[in-house]
Design a binder for this molecule. Structure first.
Ligand SMILES: O=C(O)CCC(=O)C(=O)O
Length: 281
């Protein structure tokens, strides 16, 4: 993970993400109606540079494979992304406390089926993650799951993302902060997909604070051995179990935004045929 940080610092030269408005974009219109109206995004390189300026944000205990980059995007980009998510409402699937939008194709146990190109505003995030060395070009993120939480009191039960994905995940937080809990599995707890089990503080091994505009990256044991989830609470209590917080904030709580948080979970899913081929080999 530290190597990733070093590489991210080295890769700060490409400032050429598209800035043009949809009206002047040279790109051909996409097949999806909502993409005719989405705004291209530009990631704030200066914010990224300062966020990548040191090893702060890489946690070595108790799980070493978790990292949070604060201010990975700027406020303007956040607003554009939030508007683009709102425009995708037509494809949203309603779940308890949140709705989801999936881009890139259908994730099956064999890998990615019905693959579709990411819209430009999500492809720009994927490209940036590759340019920063978070993903190798061979595993460029090709799938984005958007979780649009209805209210501050909405969360997601502890779960593992599962074997269909390449085992590194990046989660961009928009509009609100939240604390993500990493749980050790216990018997009876489902370990994939939606979990019907109540989150239990007994199983939490560590927590991370996710401010709006931050990027969470995890892989390794955090991906394969632990579950991650977000409690359905209006305010997150900060204490020493929250890895990326200063001791002087312990004992305080941070209210989530009334409008609810949006997260973009950005991953690489091997195509179904390639995965079947890999398993054969
Ligand atoms: O909203 C989040 O940050 C969690 C998203 C998540 O765990 C997932 O998409 O699998």
């Amino acid at each position: 993970m530290r190597a990733l940080l070093r590489k991210a610092k080295e890769k700060q030269t490409d400032r050429s993400l598209p800035r043009e408005s949809p009206a002047t974009s040279a790109e051909a219109p996409s097949a999806h109606d909502e993409e005719h109206h989405v705004e291209p995004i530009c990631i704030n390189e200066e914010a990224t540079q300062s966020a990548e300026g040191g090893d702060a944000g890489v946690f070595t205990a108790p799980i070493s494979s978790i990292r949070v980059v604060n201010d990975w995007i700027d406020r303007n980009t956040e607003s554009v992304l939030v508007r683009n998510v709102a425009r995708g409402e037509g494809r949203a699937v309603k779940l308890t406390g949140r709705s989801t939008q999936a881009y890139g194709g259908t994730v099956t146990s064999d890998g990615l089926a019905d693959q579709e190109a990411l819209p430009q505003w999500l492809q720009a995030l994927s490209d940036r993650l590759v340019a920063q060395g978070v993903y190798p070009p061979s595993h460029t993120p090709n799938h984005v799951l958007i979780n649009d939480y209805i209210s501050p009191e909405s969360g997601i039960f502890p779960h593992k993302d599962g074997a269909a994905y390449w085992p590194r995940v990046s989660i961009l937080s928009l509009s609100s902060s939240a604390v993500m809990d990493f749980h050790r599995p216990r018997s009876g707890m489902s370990t994939s997909g939606e979990c019907g089990d109540r989150p239990s503080t007994e199983t939490v091994v560590c927590r991370v604070f996710l401010p709006p505009r931050s990027l969470l990256i995890f892989d390794g044991a955090a991906y394969t051995d632990y579950l991650h989830g977000i409690c359905a609470v209006a305010a997150d209590v900060i204490d020493e179990s929250v890895l990326n917080t200063d001791p002087h904030t312990h004992g305080t709580s941070v209210a989530r935004s009334e409008s609810g948080r949006i997260s973009l979970t950005i991953r690489h899913v091997p195509p179904a045929t390639a995965k079947a081929h890999q398993l054969d080999g």
